[in-house]
Write a protein of this length. Structure first.
Length: 227
């Protein structure tokens, strides 16, 4: 969005003038409005150029731009991006690998992220889609407390895909992570020593040294894949 016209860049015969505190001054010649702005050591800013006549306000334009930039920065900081993680499984996965992959799904859902679960069929496995369907059902049941089936299992070429949505909202998950970091940095806590029974002292799931997927925030269109 382009910046509004200010001061001498306002080239209309007259404006509907608004004072620095929002008071209505009325319709005045633009020359008179510029004079009032100079006397108050303020800027004349056109805030409604399509009005007839245009509306202009007396303000400190530099301060206005700074506050607007601060608000935009705060809005970006508080923005929650939808992230989709992806887990790939084979229909005949062994119990150990299944436990590992399920752990990734649990971690992602705990972080407030969606999880796309893909079953990859190869060769003769394609003739037994029920194996993939049962595996996806089992996974959904195992993580039912943390996530729900947002998109039911469906065949996609040689693959079968299911999407799990998190029960915990992304904003809530980020707030909990922030609280854990603040608690860990609070003076005196390190003297008490870790308590294995207290989840507040456990390392955040994102710090689990699995070395598989980085948990950095990504735009919604980007997908992190665990194979």
């Amino acid at each position: 969005m382009s910046e509004p016209r200010i001061n001498e860049r306002i080239r209309v015969p007259e404006v509907r003038l608004v004072g620095p505190n929002g008071e209505q001054v009325g319709i005045v010649r633009v020359e008179d409005a510029l004079r009032l702005a100079a006397e108050a050591d303020l800027d004349l800013v056109e805030v409604a150029p399509m009005a007839k006549p245009p509306v202009a306000k007396l303000m400190d334009f530099g301060k206005f731009k700074y506050e607007a930039a601060q608000k935009a920065r705060e809005a970006r900081k508080n923005q929650v991006n939808t992230v989709i993680k992806e887990i790939k499984l084979r229909p005949k996965i062994d119990p150990h690998d299944y436990g590992t992959k399920k752990g990734h799904v649990v971690r992602f859902l705990n972080g407030g992220d969606k999880v796309k679960v893909t079953i990859m069929f190869r060769g003769r496995e394609q003739s037994k889609p029920e194996l993939g369907f049962r595996l996806l059902q089992r996974l959904a049941e195992d993580v039912a407390e943390l996530g729900f089936v947002e998109s039911a299992p469906k065949q996609d070429g040689r693959n079968m895909v299911m999407v799990l949505g998190p029960v915990k909202k992304k904003a809530d998950a980020k707030a909990e992570q922030r609280k854990r970091r603040e608690d860990a940095a609070r003076p005196g806590l390190e003297d008490e020593g870790p308590d294995d029974g207290d989840p507040a002292h456990a390392a955040p799931a994102s710090e689990t040294p699995d070395g598989v997927v980085a948990d950095a925030e990504t735009p919604a269109a980007q997908v992190a894949v665990v194979e």
